[in-house]
Design a protein around this ligand. Sequence first.
Ligand code: FES
Length: 152
Amino acid sequence: MKIDTSKVDEVIDSFSGDLSQLIGILQDIQANFNYLPREALVRVSERLEIPLSQVFGVATFFKAFSLTPRGRHQINVCLGTACHVRGGARILEKLERDLSVEAGGTTDDRRFTLESVRCLGCCSLGPVVVIDEDTYGRLNQEKVSKLVEHYE
Ligand code: FES
């Protein structure tokens, strides 16, 4: 996909092209595009005059970075032990069906990226789903279906 590299340039300029700020640069690029497009990484490598492999090395090392397109909203369904015994897997299945996407994938309209995670640290609320920054507990299939409708 063709991207607007002027946005990448803007980000790099905002960091004064400082190589030591590579992680911050990649974070801001990801904030702009919702992921790190290959073309953007090539541009970073050219502008900072570092090998593309070095840029990819950083981009793949940190779990927070994604090299594939992400949805506007991130849904994390907990499948840790406490949530699992309370029906976490059924919550995930329901979302997979509702959104027509498998765990680990992004919906065609780029609205959601759906992932399963291990223990979000609030087991007493299980089963737990986190959408972006919001945590929802004691969910069932019906509740979770209604929940995602609020996210455009
Ligand atoms: S197991 Fe789900 S929050 Fe801990």
